[in-house]
Each structure stands twice: as structure tokens, then as C-alpha cells.
Design a protein around this ligand. Structure first.
Ligand SMILES: Nc1ncnc2c1ncn2[C@@H]1O[C@H](COP(=O)(O)OP(=O)(O)OP(=O)(O)O)[C@@H](O)[C@H]1O
Ligand SMILES: [Mg+2]
Length: 298
């Protein structure tokens, strides 16, 4: 049993003995909206944090001093990644690969947005399956980590169909599912690959109740614990339309990037996805799979 799990049990027992019920919500003030221009396929949103039960807040406080960079580096041993170069564009240090310039542009738009709003935790989502969320999250994290001294954490929060570990060519667990169920702590689930500044939390084992797990308050604790150690946290998610997970995840993030697949995503469906995040900072919409010619049409 992990230290976190033990502390969770202790906290739950203490709370049960004094209150006899589950935790109360911990409401935090929303971040103000930021505006978006049409040109900037990038814009801004509002993060209304999710309710956090007391047991997890207690755990976060009790371990707060333990997770420093030294702990992260010493406990998170480098592992072998064998990615598909067609999916992980920059892995071989190839900056001239097709699409690289677009990712660098996206990176600078996000830095630009960061001047206006608090921005570190970015949720990547889309309306439907197979629109390129994981592709986008993976390569965005990688292009962010290419910058000298920028430490990046990529989290696979698609607990229904976790795929990032396959794209990276690594093991799927332990991962987020193990953390959310209280089985493992944050350094145990984190992988450090061969790219110096890129860390990865895979989805973990298959679970039955993904929406309940991402809503149980522990994701917020995880993000609070690891946030000081990273410059960017990029979170991959399931499709937003018809599943609640992405909406729940967005509440723990600073902003949302919506991926739209060129010639595939119906306009109404894209608009519905946008509406799902009406209360969040919309950082922008990424048109994925656009032909070069189409990319220049305004
Ligand atoms: N711009 C792109 N160029 C090349 N391949 C791409 C691009 N976008 C996506 N793909 C490929 O398309 C497939 C689907 O993409 P991806 O898995 O990222 O979609 P997804 O939205 O995350 O799907 P799901 O909803 O199932 O998680 C993957 O094989 C991915 O590598
Ligand atoms: Mg995916």
C-alpha cells in the first residue's frame, strides 16, 4: 500500500470519527475570462475548480513538503520509450518534420495567452473520437519540452481509451487510474523518458467508472502536488460530446484546447463541444489534418 493510500485511510478514519460523513466541497474563486480574437485560433476561459473532499485535501497538506524536484528526479527513473516517429514528431530531434512549424506556432500562441491569464494546465479535447486529441497533446507537450529548461508533464486522462502510452511506446501502468483509486502516489505513476524535460503519466489499468474517478477530487490533489515542479501540464481527454469526463477534467485545468478534424468534424458537433466548455477558458481551436492550401484560407 502506498504512503498516500495509508494517509488517505488515516484521514478518512479521522474524519469519520469527527463528522461521520464524506468531505465537503472546497469552493475556489473562478479565474476571470480572457478574450479571444478570431484570428488567434487561440483564446481564453474560466476555471471553476471542482469540489474537493476533505480527506484528499488533508493528504495533500500532509505530503506537501515531500514532493520537491530532488524527490521527483530520484524516484522517477528514466524508462525506455519506443515511439512511432509518425506520431511523435520531434522524438528523433527532427525539427524540420512536417507539422513542426504548426506546433511551434501553437506553442507561441499559448505563451501569448499566458500573458493574459494564469495558464499552466491545458486540457486537450475534441467533440468526437479520432479527431487527433492524443496526437495534439503528445506533440504539444514535446514541443513545449524542447525549450531549454521547460519541464513538461503529459497526463493521459482518457481513462476510457488511454492511448498515449502506445504512441510513446511505453507501459500503460501504473498510471492515473492507480492514483485516483489511491493505490499509488504521484512519483510512482510518473515516467521519465529519454527526453530530458518531458514526464508522462499514463492512463493506468482499465477501470469501470472513469467519470466517477476523475470527479472524486484526487485529480485536483495530484495537480496541486505536481504543479510547482512543471512549467506546463498537458492533459489528454476523451471526446467531450456525450461523455462527461472532459467537462469534469476541464474544471481542474486553466484552459481548454479544442481539436477539430478538417473535413470530418461536423460544424454543429464542434459548436456543441464549444458549448460544453462555456464556463472555461477556451484557449483556442486547433484545425487538425488541414491540407497546406486550406491552412492559408482565412
Ligand atoms: N495531424 C495528424 N497527422 C498525422 N496523423 C495524425 C494526425 N492527427 C491524428 N493522427 C493520427 O490519427 C489517429 C487518431 O488520432 P488520435 O488518437 O490522436 O485521436 P483522438 O482524438 O485522441 O482519438 P480518441 O478519441 O480515440 O482518443 C492516430 O493514429 C494519430 O496518430
Ligand atoms: Mg485519444
Amino acid at each position: 500500500m502506498s504512503r498516500i493510500h495509508e494517509a488517505l485511510k488515516r484521514a478518512e478514519q479521522e474524519r469519520a470519527s469527527t463528522h461521520g460523513c464524506v468531505g465537503e466541497p472546497n469552493v475556489v474563486e473562478p479565474v476571470p475570462n480572457a478574450t479571444v480574437t478570431a484570428e488567434d485560433w487561440t483564446a481564453a476561459s474560466t476555471a471553476i475548480p471542482t469540489a474537493v473532499g476533505r480527506p484528499f485535501a488533508t493528504v495533500a497538506a500532509s505530503f506537501a513538503s515531500e514532493l520537491g524536484l530532488d524527490t521527483l528526479m530520484s524516484h522517477c527513473a528514466p524508462v525506455q520509450w519506443n515511439p512511432d516517429p509518425a506520431t511523435m514528431l520531434f522524438f528523433n530531434g527532427n525539427d524540420g518534420v512536417r507539422g513542426a512549424e504548426e506546433f511551434r506556432t501553437l506553442r507561441s500562441r499559448l505563451y501569448h495567452a499566458r500573458e493574459k491569464v494564469t495558464l499552466k494546465k491545458v486540457l486537450v479535447t475534441s467533440a468526437l473520437p479520432k479527431e487527433g486529441k492524443s496526437f495534439m497533446a503528445l506533440n504539444l507537450a514535446q514541443v513545449m519540452a524542447q525549450q531549454h529548461g521547460r519541464r513538461v508533464l503529459l497526463i493521459d486522462a482518457d481513462l476510457r481509451r488511454p492511448r498515449l502510452h502506445q504512441m510513446l511506446g511505453t507501459v500503460p501502468n501504473p498510471g492515473l487510474a492507480e492514483y485516483l483509486t489511491g493505490q499509488d502516489d504521484e512519483v510512482t505513476i510518473m515516467q521519465r523518458g529519454p527526453l530530458e524535460n518531458l514526464f508522462f503519466v499514463p492512463g493506468g489499468r482499465k477501470i469501470e467508472n472513469p467519470a466517477e474517478l476523475v470527479a472524486n477530487g484526487r485529480l485536483k490533489v495530484l495537480l496541486q502536488r505536481v504543479e510547482p515542479l512543471f512549467d506546463w501540464i498537458i492533459i489528454d481527454s476523451p471526446p467531450a460530446v456525450s461523455m462527461s469526463d472532459a467537462g469534469i477534467l476541464a474544471k481542474s485545468c486553466d484552459g481548454v484546447l479544442i481539436v477539430v478534424r478538417s473535413n470530418k468534424t461536423p460544424f454543429d458537433v464542434a459548436r456543441k463541444a464549444r458549448q460544453e466548455f462555456a464556463a472555461q477558458t477556451l484557449l483556442g481551436v486547433v484545425l487538425n489534418g488541414a491540407r497546406d492550401q486550406a491552412a492559408y484560407v482565412r
